[in-house]
Design a protein around this ligand. Structure first.
Ligand code: FDA
Length: 449
């Protein structure tokens, strides 16, 4: 058995950030990863001849920790394709094209959306995303669902549906009646304000040449050989005040500190001897993954561009609530066009209950409503399988149920003896994003150094 300064459980961006910083500071570190690859929720794969971003992919200007790391690793970026008009399908079922970020809705709805956006910006500005429970209205906002809050704000259903879309289906990937208004404000505050979430050109700004998984791959490549053990799931951790021993199916490793760099939902999957304090075990039962199916649909050509469309499409009423041009602009000679679309929360439940053929047909029909009948004839179709992957079990990230952010939030990042916990799910700025994973990793390093 070898003694390490730190044993890191999980080779996602959080775990690899910590391992890199510790190694550079001369500390001994071991990373144990359950999967046969690094990157966690970042995975860039060639699927039937098309390179796809199965997990996270976009980088936005507020994600300064990620931007700095991309720079440090010498990676390059390119802009998401956005020339041309976007498409919106409203409550009346009518398809309309538009430019800019304001959906083509009736003037009264537009005014309500602007008012709600300002109100959410105001609430977010008063929040420290690392301590949402300290918000002046925390108790009140955590007791009610985001849907209830929206209903109290406006009678305009289309305004509610659109504002709800940005945080429900598009971010927390849960129905707006299942998370608190405080969680909604946290989502906004963590991205620098609600206005940023509304602006697709901001929040989905750039992509990394070669795919975002190059970040964790490059981090792992900087560690000495043998530092990262793949296919080694941690099952048990024995701990006391001086350190811990981590058990996998292949061996045991001891460290003065143990970092669980895994989503909160997977922290409880490991057996702790002695058991974690009651509040820790209770707290994580109130956190759950959202559910979204990320879809890639490839065509012989990016036909929508020829039709003057950017590929950007939204509708809270459509099966695919948002879609974008996701063609690999960084591949020389790429002539095909790829759309990426998302089916979220209860709509995801619905399509996952269908046969694969019926599911594909439903998705293609939803895309055809945005882009026309050419969307019905793709050359490639792929559904990211995160919800069935035992080392994630959902997408994009996790969030608290109603009332639990104020009840348990302050315990989220608390250490237990030699055990620490970190992942993008418990970040402040960059919450649920790669940026937050890096920020959590850097914070743990500062604590350990
Ligand atoms: P992550 O979950 O990545 O890593 C945890 C690691 O721990 C995993 O590798 C897992 O296998 C391992 N593990 C778990 N239990 C273990 C055990 N018992 N023993 C050993 N190992 C164990 N973000 C963004 O910035 N821009 C975007 O566009 C998107 N889009 C997006 C799309 C989709 C479909 C998904 C699923 C996610 C995104 N995200 C995103 C979110 C982003 O991918 C995510 O926030 C970070 O990659 C999370 O990194 P972490 O290291 O915190 O956790």
């Amino acid at each position: 058995m070898t003694d390490f300064d730190v044993v890191v459980v999980g080779a996602g961006v959080t775990g690899l950030t910590v391992a890199n910083r510790l190694h550079a500071a001369g500390k001994s570190v071991l990373v144990l990863e359950a999967r046969d690859r690094v990157g966690g929720r970042l995975l860039t794969e060639d699927i039937e001849g098309v390179r796809l971003e199965v997990g996270g992919q976009w980088v936005s200007p507020d994600q300064t920790a990620l931007l700095a790391l991309i720079d440090e690793l010498g990676l390059e970026m390119y802009s998401r394709y956005r020339a041309g008009e976007s498409v919106y399908i409203g409550a009346d079922g009518v398809r309309r094209t538009f430019e800019g970020e304001q959906f083509p809705v009736p003037a009264t709805t537009e005014a309500e959306m602007e008012r709600l956006t300002k109100e959410l910006d105001r609430l977010a500005a008063a929040m420290d995303p690392l301590a949402p429970w300290e918000h002046p209205d925390a108790d009140e906002l955590d007791r009610i669902s985001f849907a209830t809050w929206l209903a109290a704000q406006t009678d305009d259903a289309e305004a509610r549906d659109n504002i709800g879309l940005y945080i429900g289906p598009a971010m927390l990937t849960k129905p707006a009646h299942s998370f608190s208004a405080l969680s909604a404000v946290l989502m906004a505050a963590s991205a620098g304000g609600f206005s940023n979430l509304v602006d697709a050109d901001f929040i989905l700004d750039r992509r990394v040449v070669g795919g975002l998984q190059r970040v964790p791959l490059a981090l792992a490549a900087r560690l000495p050989e043998g530092t990262v053990h793949l296919s080694e799931a941690v099952t048990t951790i024995e701990w006391d005040a001086d350190g811990g021993t981590v058990f996998t199916g292949r061996g045991s490793y001891s460290g003065r500190r143990i970092l669980m760099a895994v989503p909160p939902t997977l922290v409880n999957r490991v057996q702790y001897i002695p058991a974690l304090p009651p509040v820790q075990a209770q707290m994580r039962q109130h956190i759950s993954f959202g559910l979204v199916v990320k879809l890639h649909i490839t065509y012989d050509t990016p036909f929508w561009r020829t039709n003057g469309l950017s590929g950007t499409a939204f509708s809270p009423y459509a099966l695919v609530h948002e879609a974008y041009d996701n063609t690999n602009e960084d591949i020389d000679g790429e002539t095909r066009g790829t759309l990426v679309g998302f089916v979220s929360d209860v709509k995801a439940d619905g399509i996952l209950a269908l046969s694969p053929e019926a599911r594909k047909q439903a998705v293609l029909e939803s895309l055809a409503a945005y882009y026309g009948p050419e969307a019905l004839n793709p050359v490639g179709y792929y559904e990211s399988p995160w919800m069935a992957d035992e080392w994630t079990v959902g997408a994009f990230g996790t969030s608290f149920d109603i009332g639990s952010l104020t009840r348990y939030g302050s315990h989220l990042r608390q250490e237990v003896g030699p055990l620490s916990f970190a992942s993008s799910d418990i970040a402040g700025l960059g919450f649920q994003h790669v940026d937050g994973a890096i920020r959590m990793g850097e914070a743990i390093f500062r604590r350990y150094a």
